[in-house]
Design a protein around this ligand. Structure first.
Ligand code: ATP
Ligand code: MG
Length: 184
């Protein structure tokens, strides 16, 4: 089901390099990160008649390029695995909790069967390779990026109803001295 040798190779190279790259830490405005991604996908969304709900998203600490990739891959998946039999809805929400900024990307798509919910984070694992194009690399790259940020990703999904991916990133501590980052 892979698109081509070259996209798979460049995806794999990216995945391997992620282990060594330096993280360029800075406070990130996730509202603007997500707004930019949604704008760039507006044409596809309109074509599919998808409604997007955006909550007020707290900032976090992270690498702008890598965290943009995380949100963009998750929103791409949410769009790609919608159920054609009902109008698509995608919600991005966020909250701050202790040392974390926690974001959720929820769709009302086809969902992921329980026996696949761990494996989808492994390289090349796809639930149904015939269904849509893809290399099966997106979620493994996301998981690696979050590990490099000392964060994490969680999946909750009901087949036939939809999926929620929750991502945890270090919070920006607004009222701490010198604006330094702190974490539990
Ligand atoms: P790509 O490398 O282009 O992202 P991909 O989308 O197939 O390819 P992943 O993003 O890693 O790869 O996702 C792995 C698999 O998990 C998908 O093939 C799909 O079966 C399943 N999946 C991921 N996100 C969702 C979702 N939101 N709803 C339903 N299934 C999903
Ligand atoms: Mg994907």
């Amino acid at each position: 089901g892979a698109d081509s040798i070259s996209t798979v190779t460049s995806g794999l190279v990216r995945f391997i390099r992620l282990g060594q790259m330096d993280i360029e830490w800075e406070p990130l405005d996730i509202n603007s990160v997500v707004a930019g991604i949604v704008t760039s996908m507006e044409f596809q969304m309109r074509k599919k008649g998808v409604v997007v709900h955006l909550g007020d998203l707290p900032p976090c600490m992270g690498d702008l390029v890598l965290i943009t990739q995380v949100f963009s891959n998750l929103i791409d998946n949410a769009l790609k695995y919608l159920d054609v039999h009902r109008p698509g809805e995608i919600t991005v929400a966020g909250q701050a909790e202790k040392g974390w900024s926690i974001y959720s990307i929820t769709d009302n798509g086809i969902g992921i069967p329980p026996q696949h919910q761990k494996q989808v984070f492994q390289v090349f694992h796809r639930v149904d390779p015939r269904r849509e194009r893809g290399d099966g690399l997106g979620l493994s790259i996301i998981q690696r990026i979050l590990e490099r940020h000392r964060g994490k990703i969680q999946l909750q999904s009901v087949p036939g109803e939809g999926s929620t991916f929750s991502i945890y990133l270090p919070r920006v501590m607004e009222d701490s001295d010198e604006g330094v980052m702190e974490k539990d």
